[in-house]
Design a binder for this molecule. Structure first.
Ligand code: UDP
Length: 424
């Protein structure tokens, strides 16, 4: 069981080697990363977030930390531990940063601050650079007694139009940071005053078990073993069970498609994140739909769907859907494109920037539009294949892990350099 409050250390056991990425992203980027890492040699870096599993931040950190180690940098991954009450509050804050309604009561503020204060107290090491992800641990530097090093707030959320009261509460804490990093320039709230705002989109790791090449035979077997019929079209959405990912909307899309293509099947793969208490109720509603329909499949990490299975599902599906209503980035979109799959997705947040030129019409804003585009792509396998290949190339150019590492190291280099210049 996790401690009620605290700050734990999460270990990544995987190892990796930057050279393995050279054939995928080219010499220039790899050499640039090595040069940056050399200038930062001896640096002590720490990432803090709130969950080790489930969701994009955990996915990213699980791959970034080993690569930072491979570069000879010291990088820790530390978790702010909370209890259900804390995560109820932070999920409310998360939703409110995306513009959702949330009443931040005095009690909720106290819960948030108390866990942050306690985590700051338990953060027993000094780092040169600390990167704090998303709202949950935002106030840690505020409560750090002797503040050392550089602090960066890394926001993964579309916070372009945050709920005014919640943002008014959080903003002073964010403004204590040396820099704030957003996925897109538009995500930075207009009234944020912080020394440096940077824009760095996330990325996927092409060498992880989630994204590495898998033989087609293995993918087919994984799908068949899960009960899917390989001779009929398979639609897939992989997402946390979160209302913003609109899994119930995806089921409505599937029903509309099925009315004209009765053979179609839908697989919903969803993980339950440790810091996301909303997922269970939604999973119940989805299961209610699934028990009525033998062509509607629901899989979760609780029933053994891990990274390799997600990889196999993404490769084995005929078409991937990501019908988000709000989205920070949506790693799953890049994951699907990397596997050369066509994607029909919500026109939300960071999703459009992942789309290859010429395929913007597959960004949708309603159930009906989504169903129309799905039918169109299922009807045209040649178009589907070309779209998938274009998506793969876009991801190769822009959204692979080395680019993210380069951007973050460049920012750290700049901030450290500026710190020295300020002292001079
Ligand atoms: N994911 C997973 N299993 C699931 C659902 C999601 O491994 O059942 C992964 C998915 O492959 C992706 C991450 O969780 O790597 C979700 O990141 P994304 O940016 O798409 O969304 P977030 O959950 O961060 O909002």
């Amino acid at each position: 069981m996790l401690p009620k409050v605290g700050i734990g250390r999460h270990c990544c056991s995987q190892s990796t080697n930057l050279e393995n990425y050279r054939p995928l992203v080219g010499d220039a980027l790899i050499d640039e990363i090595r040069a940056l890492a050399d200038t930062l040699s001896g640096l002590r870096l720490c990432h803090i977030n709130s969950t080790a599993a489930g969701g994009g931040v955990a996915e990213l950190l699980g791959r970034q930390i080993p690569l930072l180690h491979a570069l000879g940098l010291s990088a820790d991954w530390r978790l702010i531990h909370g209890d259900p009450e804390f995560f109820q509050v932070t999920k409310g804050i998360h939703n409110a940063l995306q513009g959702g309604a949330y009443v931040l009561s005095q009690g909720a503020k106290e819960t948030f601050l108390e866990r942050n204060r306690e985590s700051a107290r338990l953060l027993d090491e000094d780092y040169d650079v600390t990167i704090v992800h998303d709202p949950q641990p935002t106030a840690i530097p505020h409560f750090t007694r002797v503040r050392k090093g550089i602090w960066i707030w890394r926001c993964h959320i579309d916070s372009s139009e945050p709920h005014p009261e919640v943002w008014a509460f959080l903003r002073p804490f964010v403004q204590e940071y040396d820099a704030a990093v957003f996925t897109m320039a538009q995500f930075c709230p207009a009234d944020l005053r912080v020394r440096r705002v940077a824009v760095i989109p996330p990325a996927i790791d092409p060498l992880s078990t989630k994204n590495m090449d898998l033989p087609e035979e293995i993918c087919r077997r994984a799908l068949a073993d899960s009960g899917l019929d390989l001779n009929r079209p398979i639609l897939l959405q992989v997402s946390r069970f979160d209302p913003w990912k609109d899994p119930l909307g995806v089921i409505r899309v599937y029903r509309l498609v099925k009315a004209v293509m009765p053979a179609v099947q839908l697989a919903l793969v969803g993980s339950m994140a440790g810091d996301d208490p909303e997922g269970w109720a939604l999973l119940d509603s989805i299961n209610e739909e699934a028990v009525k329909d033998p062509d509607l499949f629901v899989f979760t990490n609780l029933t053994g769907v891990g990274n390799m299975e997600v990889n196999a599902f993404q490769r084995g599906a005929d078409l991937v859907i990501q019908k988000s209503l709000k989205e920070g980035f949506g790693l799953v979109v890049s994951e699907a494109f990397w596997k050369a799959k066509a994607v029909v997705a919500g026109k939300a947040g960071g999703i459009p920037m992942q789309f290859p030129d010429g395929y913007q019409e597959y960004l949708v804003q309603s159930v009906e539009e989504c169903a129309e585009r799905v039918v169109d792509l299922l009807d045209h396998p040649g178009l589907r294949a070309a779209f998938g290949r274009a998506g793969q190339e876009r991801v190769r150019q822009e959204f692979l892990l080395p680019r993210l590492i380069r951007d973050e190291l460049a920012l750290i280099h700049e901030l450290l350099h500026r710190g020295r210049a300020d002292l001079a």
